[in-house]
Design a protein around this ligand. Structure first.
Ligand SMILES: *[C@@H]1O[C@H](CO)[C@@H](O)[C@H](O)[C@H]1NC(C)=O
Ligand SMILES: *[C@@H]1O[C@H](CO)[C@@H](O)[C@H](O)[C@H]1NC(C)=O
Ligand SMILES: *[C@@H]1O[C@H](CO)[C@@H](O)[C@H](O)[C@H]1NC(C)=O
Length: 410
């Protein structure tokens, strides 16, 4: 046994040389800080976020739940770090066939650290912190019907429901109004909440972490949906959300033209949030600063969360598969979801919430987004979709979608 130990240490060092060096450096810095009397400051800054009742938004940049794990590989496991730590350049698609959709980054050789046997973390509180423009209207209709059928308490929250003062982007991040709602307004359990919100840590308010679920979508389609929704809203006239503020020329511009003309709306940084919905509600998850390194870190943290902290993340392009998986993983809530989804009532509502006036972008524009302004979103999407298909496979669910660009999982 004893002779294995040095081998493991050697292997650990080989696999993690950057990690080891970084730690040595950090230790040296802390030591010198300690000797210079700065230690107290460091401790105070580090533990600041433990002051749970101070204004949450400011607590620190630590964000949601654990940081990415960088521990040594366990014995017997191949020496492969998670792919999102490989500083690998993205596939160059500048010369790729632009009449085709861009290929998705291949994560098929990655061994997910996910515990696929994990029990539902919290059976009483399910939080679908929905990514916008990713089928959440349909999900809302499904959950409303299922709530009656399966007897659970369901609520969709609009930004103005929680706090009329906080009307800006803060409705996605602020913790207190949501925490107050959970503490004071929920009358029966199990409870399913549907709300656009960046994932947050409830435990620091003495609330058990909810079971987080979400649905992700192809980033270019997601962008396009935002883009036209802002201009034309929904078919359903009484719910006309197309309160577009730009000129008529802006309004009529297609996504292709927007890219051709290098209009700011289609250039980096894209203003709508995507990575944040999987990363967290703190500043380190802000992917819109235009700082490449911050966005990359946010993407990695989002991947980590998808792998370890979300109970399940579905894929809009495989929506039937998604419902099947949710039925399997969360039967108390989702039993019958497929049937409800294919019922006439939902089909009618689906038609009514289709964004109108959309001129679909061509594949060259798509390639531009995939290698440009949405490159990290695409990596997160590819990673999440790969994990999703791995879950399907392990659950014995046969996919009815033909996933594009995703290598077959075997
Ligand atoms: C955090 O709080 C400090 C003082 O309470 C304030 O000066 C600072 O602007 C806040 N930062 C953010 C990002 O809100
Ligand atoms: C985009 O590429 C896909 C194949 O990847 C193809 O089926 C589709 O027709 C292309 N669309 C356009 C608008 O060129
Ligand atoms: C929460 O409960 C309070 C008090 O009953 C009520 O005024 C408020 O509207 C409720 N909030 C929501 C979002 O339902």
């Amino acid at each position: 046994m004893a002779h294995l130990f040095p081998t493991q240490i050697r292997r650990f060092c080989r696999c993690n040389s950057t990690f080891v060096l970084a730690n040595l450096l950090a230790a040296a810095l802390v030591w010198s800080a300690y000797n210079n009397g700065y230690m107290k400051d460091i401790q105070e800054n580090f533990f600041e976020r433990r002051d749970y009742d101070s204004e949450e938004k400011n607590a620190s940049a630590t964000g949601w739940i654990d940081p990415p794990h960088r521990g040594p590989p366990t014995v017997g496991q191949a020496c492969t770090p998670p792919p999102y730590f490989i500083q690998e350049s993205l596939p160059d698609i500048s010369n790729a066939d632009k009449s085709m959709k861009p290929p998705l980054k291949d994560f098929s050789s990655y061994k997910f650290g996910t515990n696929f046997e994990k029990a539902i973390p919290n059976e009483q509180f399910i939080f679908h912190n929905k990514l916008p423009k990713s089928g959440s209207s349909t999900m809302n209709n499904i959950l409303s019907m299922l709530g009656q059928k399966n007897r659970f308490n369901y609520r969709k929250l609009f930004p103005h429901d929680l706090n009329s003062i906080q009307f800006g982007a803060e409705h996605l991040t602020s913790e207190k109004p949501l925490v107050n709602f959970v503490k004071n307004n929920i009358t029966s359990w199990p409870f399913v909440l549907l709300k656009h919100h960046l994932p947050m840590d409830f435990e620091k308010y003495n609330i058990q972490q909810p079971t987080y679920i979400n649905v992700i979508r192809d980033p270019a389609d997601w962008f396009q949906s935002h883009y036209y929704f802002e201009r034309f809203g929904w078919t359903r006239k009484e719910d006309d959300r197309g309160s577009f503020h730009g000129s008529e020329e802006d309004k009529q511009r297609t996504v292709d033209q927007c890219v051709e003309q290098e209009n700011a709306q289609c250039m980096e940084p894209i203003t709508w949030k995507y990575i944040e919905f999987f990363c967290g509600n703190k500043e380190d998850c802000s992917s819109r600063s235009g700082e490449d390194e911050i966005t990359k870190q946010a993407m990695m943290k989002a991947m980590h969360n998808v792998e370890h902290n979300f109970f399940a993340v579905g894929v809009l392009e495989q929506f039937d598969d998604t419902l099947k998986l949710f039925e399997k993983m969360l039967p108390r809530i989702f039993t019958g979801a497929t049937e409800v989804y294919h019922s006439d009532r939902i089909a009618q509502k689906r038609a009514a919430t289709k964004t109108v006036g959309a001129v679909p972008m061509n594949n060259a524009t798509r390639a531009f987004f995939a290698s440009g302004p949405l490159r990290y979103e695409y990596q997160l999407y590819a990673f999440t979709r790969q994990l999703f298909n791995e879950r399907l496979r392990r659950s014995g669910i046969e996919s009815i979608a033909k996933p594009y660009g995703v290598p077959p999982v075997n």
